[in-house]
Design a protein around this ligand. Structure first.
Ligand code: SF4
Length: 471
């Protein structure tokens, strides 16, 4: 049973400030490692001086796609950062990427202020296969954290990284997944409940509310007041803008060994100058903004999940393009993010935003749908029109595979965001030019997306064992 409903997922869950290059393989594992480090701090025997004679050790097991592409996605580095108490939102990229070499040099953590717990990343973080204890994995991105006392494993904590930086604790005995954002208070009655796209559209029309007001009222009922929500969305917008600015001002070769050259800065200079690209000026701008962000992501910089790191460039690019061309206010840009988050939440609940589960249709496809719906909302379209725009965004990414070369979030990911940004603007324009009536509903498209993901061969689901990844 899926415990999570779309109306319980806040815009701040969908848009999270984190660290590149991957939300599922970097941010999620870092969050899970941080949670495990908190569990250790609460583990009483570690605080008992009598146990000082014991030898304590942490090992981390990475399974499935986390194992297949974890090295390229810097999963081990992110886990070290989480184990040392760093949080992806607050930590600086330099601190995050220093954690693993530091732990190699001094291979232990101090828990409870005094107990040394050994952890040597190269030995204790293990890249394993597609079964855990001879059983199928509960999710393609499964990890297990173990605390050993001498030869016995005392704590065995299983976590799933389910895309977009979301993590779930897994109880292997009951076979139960517990979403980290699901809490008892979520059971409170919402003024405008919805769990499908149609229900969302109906809530807007029957209450005569704008698409963002529905979400604002629901979030307020859960304790997140509009003022606070907008303040935090402002932080998200600033982080997106900063990321574009850094990407447009940085050149060089991206890390990881593929020798991919950063292109956003040079392309942007050409756009600004009177160059042979001038004829494409308006079309190329969103692509260049998207590439700027995705190059920063690939370099392990600070980005916003939108809904994932792999797809983090598309929404900032569309927002920046519309802000510049339509002179949109800060509040309008926030409203767009709120609406985009609804679409992301619907995909998360009814299909997936994880490339390891459904391929890139779940990442860039979802981002395109979110951006298209947000753009329609920002430009004054109706709830029906934004539902149509989101459907177009999903429909034209159905079946798109995830086959990153060398497991790096570079090729095809960077250009894929550039293409997605242009498609999102097109989808918004198409729906704004119509009355919102259309043949295939977003709900239907999401069920097709889910089934397509289930039918997709594993080698096209973030394992780097097929397609472009084979060169
Ligand atoms: S191909 Fe798509 S889903 Fe796969 S890593 Fe790249 S952006 Fe993410």
């Amino acid at each position: 049973m899926n415990l999570l409903r779309a109306d319980l997922i806040s815009p701040l869950d969908m848009f999270k400030i984190g660290i590149g290059p991957s939300s599922s393989h970097t941010v999620g594992p870092m969050v899970a490692a941080l949670e495990f480090s908190k569990t250790l701090e609460e583990y009483a025997p570690l605080h008992n001086i009598i146990d000082a004679s014991s030898e304590w050790r942490i090992t981390v097991e990475l399974y499935g796609s986390l194992s297949a592409t974890g090295k390229g996605h810097a999963t081990d580095g992110a886990i070290c950062a989480g184990l040392t108490g760093l949080n992806p939102k607050e930590a600086y990229p330099d601190e995050v990427w220093r954690a693993k070499p530091d732990l190699e040099k001094q291979p232990f953590l101090i828990v409870g202020g005094k107990t040394r717990v050994a952890c040597q990343p190269e030995v204790d973080i293990r890249f394993l296969g597609w079964t855990m204890d001879d059983a199928p994995l509960p999710h393609p991105n499964t990890m297990r954290f173990l605390l050993h006392q001498n030869d016995a494993s005392i704590i065995r904590d299983v976590w799933l990284s389910v895309g977009g930086g979301f993590v779930e604790r897994y109880d292997p005995v009951q076979g139960k997944r517990i979403p980290s954002s699901f809490q008892a208070k979520d059971e409170c009655a919402l003024p405008h409940p919805y769990n499908t796209a149609q229900e969302y559209v109906d809530q807007c029309s029957k209450n005569n509310l704008s698409p963002w007001q529905v979400v604002i009222a629901n979030q307020a009922a859960r304790g997140l007041k509009e003022k606070e929500l907008r303040k935090r969305l402002d932080e998200i917008l600033d982080t997106m803008d900063d990321c574009i600015a850094r990407g447009l001002n940085t050149e060089g070769i991206l890390p990881g060994g593929l020798n991919v050259k950063r292109r956003a800065k040079a392309l942007y200079s050409k756009l600004e100058a009177d160059s042979p690209l001038a004829w494409a000026h308006n079309d190329l701008r969103p692509s260049v903004y998207a590439m700027a962000v995705n190059e920063e992501n690939a370099a392990g910089g600070k980005v916003v999940t939108a809904p994932t790191n792999g797809s983090s460039g598309l929404i900032p690019a569309v927002w920046r393009t519309l802000k510049e061309s339509q002179n949109l206010s800060r509040e309008t840009l926030q409203n767009g993010l709120i609406v985009a988050s609804v679409i992301g939440a619907l995909v998360k609940v009814h299909a997936s935003i994880s490339g390891a589960e459904v391929g890139c249709q779940g990442e860039v496809g979802t981002s395109c749908a979110m951006a298209a719906a947000g753009a329609v909302a920002m430009l004054g379209g109706s709830a029906m029109q934004l539902e149509q725009a989101a459907e177009i965004g999903i429909e034209h990414h159905l079946g798109m595979t995830c086959d990153p070369i060398m497991g790096l979030v570079q090729v095809p990911c960077i250009e894929r965001n550039a293409m997605g940004a242009v498609k999102a603007l097109n989808a918004a324009a198409l729906s704004l030019a119509s009355d919102g009536n259309h043949l295939i509903s977003l709900d239907k498209a999401l069920s097709v997306m889910k089934q397509t993901g289930l039918d997709m061969n594993e080698k096209y689901k973030e394992t780097s064992t097929g397609g472009l990844a084979l060169g």
